[in-house]
Design a protein around this ligand. Structure first.
Ligand code: IMP
Ligand code: MG
Length: 185
């Protein structure tokens, strides 16, 4: 039987809520400097970016719009099928916008390189990528994010928006699950 309390599912904490807040502050201040006088539109990649984006934009001190899109995901496993589709699209045209695409974690790079290509084809004024976490060890396509919160090792992590089989997104910090939980799926 799995324990009932969410925190008891976690074997090790990688980023506490305080560490995540410090990362958001640093990124928000940098973005604020870089987007002076621009027409910033922060684009969240659902669902993983929800907590990161909500906290990050509080540290962005320039006027901005927000929008969301959703792409096909990993399914229930811990590795990507390599196929990406837009499931929910942005609301309108992008011609006059400086897009900042916000992602929870950059892994193989397939999702963000697909989004970069697809959104660039709609001719926004500019487009940049911001990821809370970067797992460079598993990269399959070359892509360099403009803003990175932190680098992580090749390990499957959950919490603060990141899921395993659609669960654990509501954990207010990031950690690794107890091994028996990954084995259940
Ligand atoms: P990529 O296309 O392989 O770069 O995949 C990025 C997506 O995979 C992220 O948006 C996450 O949804 C998911 N992902 C990659 N690594 C992890 C992880 O360690 N935990 C949870 N989700 C992950
Ligand atoms: Mg994601």
């Amino acid at each position: 039987m799995l324990p009932l309390s969410l925190s008891e599912h976690i074997a090790e904490v990688f980023f506490t809520a305080e560490e995540l807040d410090a990362i958001n502050r640093r990124l928000g201040e940098q973005i604020t400097k870089d987007y002076q006088g621009k027409n910033l539109c922060v684009v969240g990649v659902l669902k993983g970016s929800l907590m990161f984006m909500a906290d990050l934009i509080r540290y962005i001190d320039v006027p901005c719009e927000i929008d969301f899109l959703s792409v096909s995901s990993y399914g229930n496993g811990t590795t990507s099928s390599g196929e990406v589709r837009i499931i929910k699209d942005l609301d309108g045209p992008l011609q006059d916008k400086d897009l900042l695409v916000v992602e929870d974690i950059l892994d193989s790079g397939i999702t963000l390189s697909f989004l970069l290509e697809t959104l660039s084809a709609r001719h926004p004024r500019s487009i940049r990528l911001c990821t809370l976490l970067d797992k460079p060890a598993r990269r399959r396509v070359a892509i360099k994010p403009d803003y990175v919160g932190a680098e992580v090792e090749d390990q499957f992590i959950v919490g603060y928006g990141l899921d395993f089989a659609q669960k654990y997104r509501n954990l207010p910090y990031i950690g690794v699950l107890r091994p028996e939980i990954y084995e259940e799926i």
